[in-house]
Design a protein around this ligand. Structure first.
Ligand code: ZN
Length: 318
C-alpha cells in the first residue's frame, strides 16, 4: 500500500494543502481561502472537507496517510497540539486542534507547529540551510520571529514556542505597544506592520514624506510605499529603513551571541527590499560582532511551497 503525507499551511488569508508520496514528492495540492470569521470547529471542518476532497481526487484513502502536518500562525503547545492563540485568525484560540483532528482521522499521526518552525524545517532540509548543522530561520514580514535548528533538529523549548525572540524586549517602557502585550519589543521597532505605525506617528507629529502622496493618505501607507519613497531619497523613508536595520541587526546579533549559530536564513515579505535592507542590517551586526569567524546571512530559497513542504517535514521528521 502506497503511503502518503499531508502538509497543510494555514495562513491568515489562505490555506494550502499538499499531498506528498513517501519519497517526499509533491503529488497534488489545493488552496482554499482562510475565513477569519469562523470559530475553531467550523474553521477546521472546512479544512477537513478540503483535505477529504483532495484525497478523493487522488484516490487516496485516509488510512493510507502516514501523517498530517499542519503549520499555523499560532502559539501551539507542541506536546498536546493545543492552540493557545493565533495571529490574524483571532477566533482560533484556546482550542484542542490535534484532539479535534484525531477524532476525524483516528490512528493517523497529526502534528501541529507554528509557521516559523515549519518554514525552518523546510529551509533546513531542502532550502538555503542545507548542509548546515545549526541554523536560525527568521521571517521578516508583518511580524518577526525566529526558529532554531541545533544539530540538525528543530529546538522547540519546553512548551513549544522557542524562538519567539521578536518579542524579546529591546527598550523597556519605551516605544510602541505590540500585539504581544508589551511595549518596546524588537518587533515593535522593526516589523513591517510596526514600522508603518512609526511612520504614521511621525506624520501625525508634523513630519513630511513622499509616502503620504504615494499611498494616497497616511492611513494607506504600506511597506512597498516605504521602499518606493526610499528609492527617491525621501528622508523619512531613510529614517524608517535605518530604524529597521538597526533593530534587526541587533536582534540577529543577540541571537548569534546566544546560540553561536553561523547560518541565518531570512524569509518573509520585507526581504523583497534586498540589499537596501540587508546591507545596513549586516553593517549593524558587524559593528557589534567583534571577531571575524564567518556568519552567513542567506535568503530563503524555497518559493511558495515552503509552508506545505515544512508541514510535511513535521511528519517525515517524526
Ligand atoms: Zn512584541
Amino acid at each position: 500500500m502506497e503511503r502518503y503525507v499531508v502538509g497543510i499551511d494555514v495562513g491568515g488569508t489562505k490555506i494550502a494543502l499538499g499531498l506528498f508520496d513517501h519519497r517526499k514528492r509533491l503529488v497534488a495540492e489545493k488552496g482554499i481561502p482562510s475565513d477569519p470569521d469562523l470559530g475553531p470547529e467550523a474553521f477546521f471542518d472546512v479544512l477537513i472537507q478540503a483535505l477529504l476532497k483532495l484525497l478523493a481526487e487522488e484516490s487516496v484513502a485516509w488510512e493510507q496517510l502516514q501523517g498530517i502536518g499542519l503549520g499555523m500562525p499560532s502559539f501551539i503547545h507542541f506536546e498536546t497540539g493545543h492552540i493557545v492563540k493565533t495571529s490574524n485568525l483571532v477566533r482560533i484560540r484556546d482550542f484542542p486542534a490535534r484532539a479535534y483532528l484525531m477524532d476525524k482521522f483516528s490512528g493517523v499521526p497529526i502534528i501541529l507547529d507554528n509557521d516559523a518552525h515549519v518554514a525552518a524545517l523546510a529551509e533546513h532540509r531542502m532550502g538555503a540551510g542545507r548542509g548546515f548543522k545549526n541554523m536560525i530561520y527568521c521571517p521578516v514580514s508583518t511580524g518577526i520571529a525566529s526558529a532554531i535548528i541545533i544539530d540538525g533538529k528543530l529546538f522547540r523549548g519546553t512548551y513549544g514556542w522557542a524562538g519567539e525572540s521578536g518579542h524579546a524586549i529591546a527598550t523597556p517602557g519605551e516605544g510602541l505597544l505590540c500585539g504581544c502585550g508589551n511595549q518596546g519589543c524588537f518587533m515593535s521597532w522593526c516589523s513591517g506592520s510596526m514600522i508603518v505605525k512609526h511612520i504614521q506617528n511621525w506624520i501625525a507629529a508634523g513630519e513630511h514624506t513622499l509616502m503620504t502622496e504615494l499611498a494616497g493618505g497616511a492611513e494607506n501607507i504600506a511597506c512597498f510605499h516605504l521602499e518606493a519613497a526610499y528609492d527617491q531619497g525621501d528622508p523619512l523613508a531613510i529614517k524608517a529603513l535605518n530604524q529597521m536595520a538597526t533593530y534587526l541587526g541587533i536582534w540577529f546579533f543577540n541571537l548569534y551571541v546566544t546560540f553561536n549559530i553561523d547560518c541565518f536564513v531570512l524569509g518573509g515579505g520585507l526581504l523583497k527590499m534586498g540589499e537596501k535592507l540587508l546591507a545596513p542590517v549586516r553593517r549593524t551586526f558587524d559593528q557589534y560582532n567583534r571577531n571575524d569567524m564567518p556568519v552567513y546571512f542567506k535568503t530563503a530559497e524555497l518559493g511558495n511551497h515552503f509552508g506545505i513542504i515544512g508541514a510535511a517535514e513535521l511528519i517525515f521528521d517524526y
